[in-house]
Design a protein around this ligand. Sequence first.
Ligand SMILES: Nc1ncnc2c1ncn2[C@@H]1O[C@H](COP(=O)(O)OP(=O)(O)O)[C@@H](O)[C@H]1O
Ligand SMILES: [Mg+2]
Length: 257
Amino acid sequence: MTKIIAVVNQKGGVGKTTTTLNLATAFSTLGKKILVIDFDPQGNATTGLGYVDKNKAKGSYEALIGDIKFQDAYQQTSIPNLYLMPASIHLSGAEIEIVGLNDRERLLEKCLRGIYVFDYIFIDCPPSLGLLTLNALVAADEVLVPLQCEFYALEGLSQILFTISQVKKNFNSRLNLQGIILTMFDNRSSLSSQVANDVRYHLKEKVYQTHIPRNVRLAEAPSFGKPAVVYDFKCQGSQAYLQLAREMLIREGKLAA
Ligand SMILES: Nc1ncnc2c1ncn2[C@@H]1O[C@H](COP(=O)(O)OP(=O)(O)O)[C@@H](O)[C@H]1O
Ligand SMILES: [Mg+2]
């Protein structure tokens, strides 16, 4: 069974792309076959995997509007078991282009129907709850929410939870909040701990035990076109993402505790 996971938070800079790339790579090192769909017009997941020519690359936009077959829109990366569907520059106009279509929320779902070759498909969403994110939520089985440990985190979270419940009611009854990942956790800041405690208090077991520390290696890695898990396997940030991947698999019953 392919599990489709949308990585969603309407705020920018909270760690969606970093989480997508490092979690995807961590899963691939555990022997899972993974596709990353770059669904953000900024194309950070695409550059973060070393694709510099993203203006020419065909990818998620072309697949979404049916210009090319889904299977022709992704390619293998230099990392074993990891495939990427890049974001081309045209994705930035997609929301306006598709807004008039009857099935505008279901375009990605239709593309993904019958795609069984992957164990997991991660969709790296843009920082908004617009039509692209809606397409991702309608196509997905699960939602992962990276949450930066800062003051406004909880406010943004209630908006995402509301959106998930609306999508579930109106478009995709199987949608499930898989979990919340606390990102950029700063050990020395009492605010980080306070926010983490608050989020855990309200959302209990939906919050992963593993949190992602603030770690400069995670921020450096994209400039080398590699996920941190490949760029510096041993650094704290990479180890946290590997631990998170194990925690997710244990929760799914796919790995012994
Ligand atoms: N745990 C972390 N520690 C340090 N820097 C991080 C961490 N996670 C992300 N970053 C950096 O913060 C910025 C925003 O992260 P990113 O994953 O691109 O967020 P988003 O996709 O939500 O916009 C990037 O420059 C990224 O390299
Ligand atoms: Mg991003």
